[in-house]
Design a protein around this ligand. Structure first.
Ligand SMILES: Nc1ncnc2c1ncn2[C@@H]1O[C@H](COP(=O)(O)OP(=O)(O)OP(=O)(O)O)[C@@H](O)[C@H]1O
Length: 614
């Protein structure tokens, strides 16, 4: 279709008029025939002008019983279609609301079924192929049923639930657009799982399956879920304040009904939120202790300064501590690092839908990691005093754990001059209790007698040492009991680090080349470039067209397309680096050729892109 020369289209009726009753591009360059507006408005039959929908009179041949409802349905259909067509590019719920024709349309209230309903003409769905329709313009998460959101928005049928950002009935929130159901954003579940082992074809050393070329499914899913959890936001306008200190976007994190251990928080109620920092843009968790009386600032300041120094891979770092009135009381807030998708040991091994089995190796690994955390804290003369199944979180594979909620106990139970030795002894007992409970769980036994646990003798020895009353415990003594188990743990963590690093290495160039591809495609093949003299054979932009053909549209002597990924990667990398190497670009008719360098091409592409994005 040659849009530059519009003569051929002037007698062809515009399809928008036929389908929608009007064409929004009529005065904006649409090359098809629109007839006269008057004729459209008065023409009989299914033709329908959405702009004059309120004065629409159904044809007399309609069954009088159905005519009123048909007119109402048609009006709703027209409005719904107009909404889809008139809003091609914006995803802002506010922008949508202020757009023409959309203000009064409420898809929640639309309880009609135009598709296939008896006695009415079936209106065409807002097709994704319509030039003005952008399926991505509908806000994410529009589908509360858990179906694929993009599919459902692209094939939206008026009357189906919640297609656009709307105020949920009786609530003043843009619920569907800003709090999408967690399962409907990313469709990681659509990736096929690896085939079962017995179906795996043995490969030769030089052979690869397609899955081997990409990030393994389990890792990709895990990372996607983490990103999804990290970016989740909560509807504004509830009881939560919008801003608390330097933090905003509060999302409550506790969804279980278990009663909190009141002793832990000095009898105060507590809440946990995921928050965004206004200071550095990062995501943290914020523990709020409700209604606390802090007498002196040193009560917060000193423990915070002490714990801030502690940096250890098995301790959740503390970032901020302050008292706020943002919750309409005097709340103490502690801000810690956020580890998306993490769950406590209790949730992981006891109450999860699919509890992770506890093996002897895992127990050793937990012991080693917790000892590392204890060693770090005790060396600063600090004590956790909260080592328990609830406060140790599992942050990733293989069984990586961290002690959370550090510092809080020291603030709530603040004493100016304390001897940490006693509290450090409690850490050892807490560690022993935690490991004993896990070991008991691994066999499903309720009996916590150490001798009856099904674990190896070395582990029993460790438990006996930790839980033995009276004796003064030290870390060197403890670690001497299982020194031979530390190296295998270290080795497995290192093996996993190397494995993930090798996967990362495979994906190294992806983002850069993808950005480059996007840049190229943004500027290449635009409709307006076909009538722009600069893109013609004598124009300054012509090398871009030739380069695009050179990279992607190579063919061999017999005219067979050449699809050589290596060639593409080589060219794009050279282009990205802007090297001085020359290349010869030949026109398709082979009558002309240009000699240019990657550097010149890069400059040309960059300047074209800049001009486009200004
Ligand atoms: N640093 C963190 N990063 C990410 N998520 C966390 C973090 N700390 C805790 N969580 C998540 O928040 C959930 C609730 O944690 P919390 O410490 O409030 O446990 P709890 O069982 O509710 O105990 P309590 O309310 O008695 O303190 C945890 O199960 C975990 O999934």
């Amino acid at each position: 279709m040659d849009k530059a020369n519009a003569e051929w289209a002037k007698d062809i009726p515009c399809k928008n008029i036929t389908i929608y009753g009007f064409c929004k591009y009529e005065n904006d360059g649409c090359i098809f025939n629109h007839g006269s507006t008057k004729a459209n408005a008065t023409s009989p039959g299914p033709k329908f002008n959405a702009k004059t929908a309120s004065s629409f009179t159904p044809s007399k041949v309609l069954n009088s019983k159905n005519s009123t409802s048909a007119a109402i349905k048609a009006e709703k259909v027209a409005k719904a279609l107009t909404t889809a067509v008139e809003q091609p590019t914006t995803s802002s719920p506010l922008a949508m609301k202020s757009a023409p024709f959309t203000a009064s349309y409420n898809p929640y209230a639309a309880n009609f079924t135009p598709v296939g309903s008896a006695g009415t003409s079936t209106p065409p769905p807002a097709s994704s192929s319509h030039p003005g329709f952008n399926p991505y313009s509908a806000p994410a998460g529009i589908n509360n049923t858990g179906d694929a959101p993009m599919q459902s928005s692209a094939s939206f049928i008026p009357g189906s639930p919640a297609p656009f950002a709307q105020e949920a009935p009786g609530r003043h929130t843009n619920f569907p657009s800003i709090y999408p159901p967690s399962h409907s954003i990313l469709q990681y579940h659509l990736y096929a799982p690896d085939p079962p082992l017995h179906l795996k074809v043995p490969l030769k050393a030089n052979e690869r399956t397609p899955e081997m070329l990409f990030i393994p499914n389990d890792i990709r899913e895990e990372l996607l879920k983490k990103n999804q959890a990290a970016l989740q936001v909560f509807p504004s306008g509830g009881n939560l304040p919008e801003i608390v200190g330097d933090y905003f976007g509060l999302v409550p994190l506790e969804f279980h009904n278990r009663a909190s251990n009141k002793e832990r928080y000095q009898g105060h109620q507590n809440s946990l939120y995921k928050v965004f920092s206004n200071f550095d843009g990062k995501i943290y968790i914020m523990r709020r202790i409700h209604d606390v009386k802090i007498k002196e600032s040193v009560q917060i300041f000193k423990p915070f300064q002490d714990w801030k120094k502690l940096v250890n891979s098995n301790v959740v770092g503390v970032r901020d501590a302050f008292v706020t009135r943002a919750f309409s009381d005097s709340s103490l807030c502690l801000v810690h690092d956020y580890y998306p998708q993490s769950s406590s040991l209790y949730e992981t091994h006891f109450v999860s839908f699919n509890p992770t089995p506890i093996t002897q190796d895992l127990l050793w690994s937990y012991l080693v990691q917790l000892c590392s955390a204890i060693q770090a804290a005790h060396s600063f003369n600090l004590a956790f005093q909260n080592i328990c199944l609830d406060k140790v979180i599992v942050t990733g594979n293989p069984g990586r754990i961290k002690i959370g909620d550090s510092c809080l106990h020291d603030i709530l139970y603040f004493q100016e001059d304390t001897d940490a030795t006693k509290e450090q002894q409690k850490d050892f007992v807490d560690l022993g209790t935690l490991l004993r409970d896990l070991a008991a769980k691994s066999t499903g036994s309720q009996d916590t007698d150490i001798e009856s646990l099904v674990v190896d003798n070395d582990f029993k020895q460790v438990l006996n040492y930790l839980l033995e009353p009276k004796s003064l415990k030290t870390l060197p003594e403890l670690m001497a009991l299982f020194s031979h188990k530390i190296l295998p743990v270290l080795s497995s963590l290192q093996t996993y680090a190397e494995y993930t690093e090798s996967i990362l290495a495979r994906e190294l160039e992806n983002a850069r080349l993808f950005r480059l591809m996007c840049k190229l495609n943004f500027i290449f093949g635009r409709m307006e470039s076909r009538i722009d003299i600069n893109w013609s054979e004598s124009g300054e932009k012509f090398p871009i067209i030739l380069f695009y053909d050179y990279v992607f549209h190579q063919s061999d002597e017999s005219g067979k397309p050449v699809m050589d990924l290596t060639h593409v990667l080589r060219c794009l990398n050279k282009l990205d680096a802007g090297i001085g190497e020359k290349l010869m670009l030949v026109t398709p008719d082979e009558m002309n050729c240009f000699i240019t360098s990657y550097k010149e091409l890069k400059d040309l592409i960059d300047s074209t892109f800049r001009a486009l994005s200004q």
